[in-house]
Design a protein around this ligand. Structure first.
Ligand code: GDP
Length: 306
C-alpha cells in the first residue's frame, strides 16, 4: 500500500507523525506546502517543510508549533541588537537547518535534495517532498493591500482581514511529487488550512488533476472543529472571505477531489444531508496517542473506500 499525505505545517505534521508511527517508511510519502517559503536574512526558509521534518524527527517545539525544542536565541537577539529585523524568530539550532539548505541550493541542488539531506541527518525515514522545486509563493489580498504570506501571517499576526488568496500561475510539481501521486493507493489531505496550506499544493500542476483522476481513494480530514480552527487563521479567514465556517464548506472546497471526509464528533450530524462517505470521530490530536489513533482510523476508513 502506498500512502501519500498532503500537508501544511502544524495540522499536517500531527497527522504525519501518527501515520509514520503506523506505516513502514517506504509506504508513506508526505508532500508539503512551500507556498509559505520566503527568503529572510538572506536564507531560504521553508516553514511547513521544517515543521513536518522536526515533528517526525521528534525535535519539534510542541508549544509554538514551529521551530525546535530546547532552542536558544543568541544569534537572532544579536541580529536585532545590530538593527536587523526581529519579527521572524529563527533559533540558533534552527538556523543550522536554513544555512545547510542555503548551502545545498547555492551549490546547484534543488529543494527536494536539500530536504532529503536534512531528513537523512535528522533520522527521518519516510520521504518529505516539497510540492515544487520552484518558488511558488502565496500572496494574501487583504484590506491593507496584497501582502507576502509571512508578512501577513507572522509580522501582522494574521490580523488584516483577508479578501482572497492569490496563488501563482504555472507552478509545477517536482518529478518526485508526480511519481509519488502516480503510485499512491491512498491520498490523504491533512487537517491543514485548506486555503493557504492545501490549495497551494493542489495549485501546483498536476496535483489537482492527479487527485481528481486518482484510481485509489482520496480522503480529507477537517481542520475545523465546531466552527473554530484548532490553531491559526483558518476560521477567521473563512468568515472574512464570506465562507460559512462549517464542515460543509470544507467538503465543498474539496468537491471533485475527495472520496471521503473525516470530521469531528463535536460536529456530529452536520453532514447527514450530504451524499459523501464520512467518518465522524475525535479529530483533535492533543497527544501522540491521539495522532496514532486518528491516523489508524483515517487509514481504515480510506481503505474501506477502495
Ligand atoms: P500551518 O501551515 O502551520 O498553519 O499548518 P497547517 O495548515 O498544517 O495547520 C493549521 C490548521 O490545522 C488549522 O486550521 C488548525 O485548525 C488545524 N489543526 C491543527 N491541529 C489540529 C488537530 O489536532 N485536529 C484538527 N482536526 N485540526 C487541527
Amino acid at each position: 500500500m502506498n500512502i501519500v499525505l498532503l500537508a501544511g505545517g502544524v495540522g499536517g505534521a500531527k497527522l504525519a507523525q501518527g501515520l509514520a508511527a503506523l506505516l513502514p517508511p517506504e509506504q508513506l510519502t508526505i508532500i508539503v506546502n512551500t507556498g509559505d517559503d520566503f527568503t529572510h536574512l538572506g536564507l531560504p526558509i521553508s516553514p511547513d517543510l521544517d515543521t513536518v521534518m522536526y515533528t517526525l524527527a521528534g525535535i519539534a517545539n510542541r508549544e509554538t508549533g514551529w521551530g525546535r525544542a530546547d532552542e536558544s536565541w543568541r544569534t537572532i537577539s544579536e541580529v536585532t541588537r545590530l538593527g536587523g529585523p526581529d519579527w521572524f524568530r529563527l533559533g540558533d539550532l534552527d538556523l543550522a537547518t536554513h544555512l545547510t539548505r542555503a548551502h545545498v541550493l547555492q551549490n546547484g541542488g534543488h529543494l527536494t535534495q536539500a530536504t532529503q539531506q536534512l531528513c537523512q541527518h535528522f533520522g527521518v525515514r519516510c520521504p518529505i517532498l516539497p510540492m515544487s522545486n520552484q518558488p511558488a509563493s502565496t500572496l494574501v489580498e487583504t484590506e491593507e493591500g496584497v501582502l507576502p504570506f509571512q508578512t501577513w501571517f507572522v509580522q501582522k499576526r494574521w490580523q488584516p482581514a483577508v479578501k482572497r488568496i492569490i496563488l501563482p500561475e504555472n507552478a509545477q510539481a517536482s518529478r518526485s511529487v508526480i511519481l509519488a501521486l502516480q503510485k499512491a493507493d491512498l491520498i490523504l489531505i491533512a487537517p491543514s488550512n485548506p486555503y493557504v496550506s492545501i490549495n497551494p499544493i493542489l495549485n501546483v500542476y498536476p496535483v489537482r488533476e492527479s487527485l481528481a483522476d486518482a484510481p485509489g481513494a482520496v480522503v480529507a480530514v477537517t481542520p475545523i472543529i465546531a466552527g473554530e480552527a484548532v490553531k491559526g487563521p483558518a476560521a477567521k479567514m473563512m468568515a472574512e472571505m464570506g465562507i460559512p465556517v462549517t464542515q460543509e464548506s470544507i467538503v465543498l472546497f474539496y468537491e471533485g477531489l475527495i472520496d471521503g471526509f473525516v470530521f469531528d464528533e463535536r460536529d456530529q450530524g452536520a453532514l447527514d444531508h450530504l451524499d459523501i462517505p464520512q467518518l465522524c470521530t475525535q479529530t483533535w490530536m492533543q497527544t501522540d496517542e491521539d495522532r496514532r489513533r486518528l491516523a489508524q482510523e483515517v487509514l481504515t476508513f480510506a481503505q474501506s473506500l477502495l
